[in-house]
Design a protein around this ligand. Structure first.
Ligand code: GLC
Length: 465
C-alpha cells in the first residue's frame, strides 16, 4: 500500500482535486490514491502531525544540535557559604560583607581539568561555566572591578584555566554571564536613575567585551539575569552584535533580552516550536551552586531519561554540577555522571546527531530518531514482549543497539476505527522473544522503518473531533 501519510503531507486541501462519484464527494490526492472527502478532511487536519520533521540545518549550529548533552558548572565565591547562589539575596547579605568571600576563595590549580575529564567520561560534548553569576564575582580577569579572581585571594584567571581544560579534553567552550550584578551599586539604581543606568550598562558591556576578546574562540554565550532593564535600556541589540563581531560562530541563548539562537527551559523539558533550537538546563540535585546539605541526587536513570526526552524533542540537555570551593565535584555527582557515561558510551548512537522524533506513545518505552531509524529506549522493562502501535509506516528490521543482534518482531495493519477515519491504516508492532528481565539499565533497540517513523498520537476514543 502506498504510504498515505506522506501523500497527505505533500498535498494541501487547495491542491487536491475533487469530483462527484456515487455516494458523495471523492478526493483525488494527486498521488493515485483516492479517499472519501470526510477521510480527507480528517487526514488534512491531522496532516501536520504526520508531516516529516523539519530539519534544523543551520551550519553554525550544527555541532550544537548534534551534541545533545552538555555540562553546566556553577562556581564562584558563593560556594564558601555553601547554600547556593541565591543565598546572598535570601539572607540580604550586604555587598561589603559578601565581598569578604573573595579573600577566602582560593581553589587549587587543576580543578577545571577534573570537570573536563568528567564531562568527557559522561559524554557531555560542551561545558558552560558561570564566568560571573548574579553575585558579581568575576572568575575572569577584568579591568572593571577588583571583585574578580585575579585581584582577590585566588590570584589566577579561572576562566582561562577552564578554557584550557575544556579544550584539552575536546569539549566545546561556553560562557555563562549574568547581566544582573548584585554587587554593583548601580544594579539597583539603574532602573530609576539615567546616569546610573549609563554607568551600569557600560560596566556590563565592558565585561562582555573582555570575555569575548581574551580567551580565543568561544562556542557558546549563555546570558542570564537580564533584569531589571529592558532590551532598549540594556542596548542589547548593539551588545549582541558586538559579541557576534568578535565571535562570528558563537551560539547565543535567549536570555540576553534578545531572541538569540536557542531557547532555554529551566528545570523542565519544554521543547521550543518546531524548527527553533532549544536546551533544557537542569540541576543534578536541587541546587545550581554548591549547597552542602542538598543530597537530593538524581539517579542515572532519571538523567538518561531526561537526555532521551530532550533528544526526542530535538533539544539539548545541559546538566549542572556545583563544585565545592576547592573545585572538587561532590563524589555523588561524580558517581552518577560516570554511570551515565557508561550508558552514553554504549548507546551514544541513539543520542548524538539524533533528530526531532514524533513518536512518543508508550508508557514504558522512550524514543529518539535518526532518519528512518527509531531507537526504543526501554525505561521500564515489562517482559518478553514489547508492543507499540499506531505507526504510519512499517518496520523493515530491528536490532539490539549494543550487539547488533536481530530482534524478532511481528506487525499487523489496523484500520483506523474512527468515524470519520483518518483515511489510512496504521501499524501495530510486537517485538517478541525478549528476555524476561532487563538486560541493561535502559536497553536500546534500533528499528528501521520504511519512512520516517511517525505515530498517530490521538487517542481515538477520546478526542474524535
Ligand atoms: C536562574 C538563576 C541562576 C542560574 C540559572 C541557571 O536564572 O537565577 O542563578 O544560574 O537559573 O539557568
Amino acid at each position: 500500500m502506498k504510504h498515505l501519510s506522506q501523500d497527505m503531507a505533500g498535498t494541501t486541501a487547495g491542491e487536491a482535486l475533487t469530483s462527484r462519484s456515487g455516494d458523495g464527494l471523492v478526493v483525488h490526492t494527486g498521488t493515485g490514491t483516492t479517499i472519501s472527502r470526510r477521510g480527507f478532511l480528517a487526514a488534512a487536519g491531522a496532516a501536520a502531525a504526520f508531516r516529516p520533521s523539519v530539519s534544523l540545518a543551520d551550519s553554525h549550529m550544527d555541532w550544537w544540535t548534534q551534541a545533545r548533552f552538555g555540562m553546566f558548572i556553577h562556581w564562584g565565591v558563593h560556594t564558601i557559604i555553601a547554600r547556593d547562589i541565591w543565598n546572598m539575596e535570601h539572607e540580604a547579605i550586604p555587598p561589603e560583607e559578601y565581598m569578604e568571600l573573595g579573600k577566602k576563595f582560593r581553589p587549587p590549580v587543576g580543578c577545571a581539568r577534573t570537570w573536563a575529564r568528567l564531562a568527557r567520561e559522561a559524554g557531555q560534548k560542551y561545558m558552560v561555566l558561570t564566568t560571573k553569576n548574579h553575585d558579581g564575582y568575576c572568575l575572569f580577569d577584568t579591568k572593571t572591578t577588583n571583585f574578580c579572581a585575579t585581584k582577590q585571594a585566588c590570584g589566577r584567571d579561572l576562566v582561562a584555566e577552564f578554557v584550557e581544560a575544556a579544550r584539552a579534553e575536546g569539549r566545546r567552550v561556553g560562557f555563562y554571564f549574568s547581566m544582573m550584578d548584585w554587587i554593583h551599586p548601580d544594579g539597583i539604581r539603574c532602573v530609576v536613575d539615567e546616569a546610573a543606568r549609563r554607568r551600569f550598562v557600560d560596566y556590563i558591556h565592558a565585561q562582555v567585551n573582555e570575555i569575548c576578546s581574551n580567551y580565543g574562540k568561544i562556542d557558546i554565550l549563555w546570558w542570564d539575569g537580564p533584569w531589571p532593564l529592558n532590551a532598549a535600556e540594556w542596548e542589547a541589540e548593539k551588545l549582541e552584535k558586538h559579541v557576534r563581531d568578535l565571535q562570528p560562530d558563537i551560539i547565543i541563548n535567549d536570555r540576553g533580552a534578545q531572541k538569540g539562537d536557542f531557547s532555554t527551559s529551566e528545570q523542565k523539558i519544554e521543547p521550543a516550536k518546531e524548527g527553533r533550537p532549544w536546551e533544557a538546563c537542569m540541576t543534578i540535585n536541587n541546587s545550581w551552586g554548591y549547597f552542602a546539605v542538598d543530597h537530593n541526587w538524581k539517579t542515572p536513570q532519571t538523567i538518561i531519561g531526561n537526555l532521551i526526552t530532550c533528544s526526542r524533542g530535538g533539544g539539548n540537555y545541559i546538566l549542572n554540577i556545583g563544585p565545592k570551593p576547592d573545585g572538587s565535584v561532590p563524589p555523588d555527582s561524580v558517581r552518577v555522571l560516570q554511570r551515565v557515561g557508561q550508558w552514553t558510551s554504549q548507546y551514544g548512537e541513539s543520542i548524538y546527531g539524533s533528530e526531532l522524533c514524533k513518536v512518543t506513545r508508550s508508557n514504558y518505552v522512550n524514543f529518539t530518531r535518526k532518519g528512518n531509524t527509531l531507537y526504543l529506549h526501554v525505561t521500564r522493562w515489562v517482559g518478553p514482549v514489547i508492543t507499540l502501535a499506531r505507526f504510519t509506516s512499517k518496520i523493515k528490521s530491528a536490532r539490539w543497539l549494543s550487539t547488533g543482534k536481530a530482534v524478532k518482531f511481528e506487525q499487523a495493519r489496523q484500520d483506523d476505527p474512527r468515524e470519520p477515519s483518518i483515511g489510512f491504516s496504521l501499524y501495530r508492532v510486537k517485538f517478541t522473544d525478549l528476555p524476561a528481565t532487563a538486560p541493561e539499565m535502559i536497553p536500546v533497540i534500533a528499528a528501521e522503518f520504511e519512512a520516517e517513523p511517525i505515530q498517530d498520537l490521538k487517542f481515538p476514543r477520546w478526542a474524535q473531533k
